[in-house]
Design a protein around this ligand. Structure first.
Ligand SMILES: O=C(O)CCC(=O)C(=O)O
Length: 249
């Protein structure tokens, strides 16, 4: 992860994917019914797939077993070395309804209440570390990212583009962008701090699991209703991921 990302082809087998995809499809059909206007206007993702009001107990367990699986634990342990990791949230990414809707370069941290100075400090000190684990459920164009940008501030061009300044648009091409397309079952791990954008166009269906360090400032964005109950926790391999979250609001 020196460059802020890691691509793992064939992370899950067809057998492992089947149930996960079924759960995501069930969630998505219901979400579409409840969010038709949002979907038609601009949505590119839904979130909170494990919410107890949105997912049956059986389906939640399918997702929790993946989120807290040994395979994922091994990856998390190699990323979060100083701090223990925690589960933050899930998101499901799809193509925009409006096929001419453009994508946008960003760092996730720009949507928090951090000032520009605080964002710079966070990057320099490698804090506010959130990572996306993107699991492709279909072959897709994937993500374009700027390698190494998780650990440094923007160039002038990058800043103007992602902030839409001086006539730049957030969808403008950037130098050094690296496109990583994904096949069904592939996993892309990337730092949410890096400059990145989604690549639309092949009716994608990707499950993102977000993990962070055990930092209350980040975990305040976690939703308690999306966490396993004490009983459910017993059948999850990497239970420590959820311990701290249990006490959140
Ligand atoms: O895939 C996308 O459309 C954007 C993904 C993204 O920006 C993110 O996961 O933070």
């Amino acid at each position: 992860m020196d460059q802020g990302y890691k691509y793992i082809p064939n992370f899950l087998t067809e057998d492992e994917l089947r149930d996960i995809e079924r759960v995501c499809d069930t969630f998505h059909s219901q979400w579409l019914k409840e969010n038709e206007e949002f979907y038609k206007n601009r949505a590119i993702n839904s979130a909170y797939l494990t919410h107890s009001n949105k997912c049956s107990p059986q389906d939640r367990m399918v997702l929790f077993e993946l989120i807290g699986s040994c395979k994922i634990r091994d990856e998390l342990k190699s990323i979060f070395i100083k701090e223990d990791p925690a589960f933050l949230n899930t998101q499901l990414f799809f193509d925009p309804f409006n096929k001419s809707q453009e994508n946008y370069w960003h760092r996730d941290i720009q949507y928090t209440d951090h000032s520009i100075e605080e964002q710079k400090l966070a990057l320099e000190n490698s804090v506010n570390n959130v990572v996306h684990f993107r699991l492709a459920l279909k072959n897709e164009n994937g993500i374009e990212l700027i390698p190494g940008s998780h650990a440094r501030w923007d160039t002038d061009q990058e800043f103007k583009t992602r902030m839409a300044l001086d006539g730049s648009k957030p969808s403008d091409d950037l130098e050094n962008g690296q496109k990583i397309s994904l096949n069904r079952g592939d996993l892309l791990i990337f730092s949410a701090n890096m400059i990145h954008r989604g690549l639309y166009g092949r009716e994608r269906k990707a499950l993102d699991i977000l993990y962070c360090e055990r930092d209350r400032e980040i975990l305040k964005f976690a939703n308690k209703e999306c966490m396993p109950t004490k009983d459910e926790l017993n059948s999850i391999s990497f239970q420590e991921l959820f311990y701290l979250n249990e006490n959140l609001g």
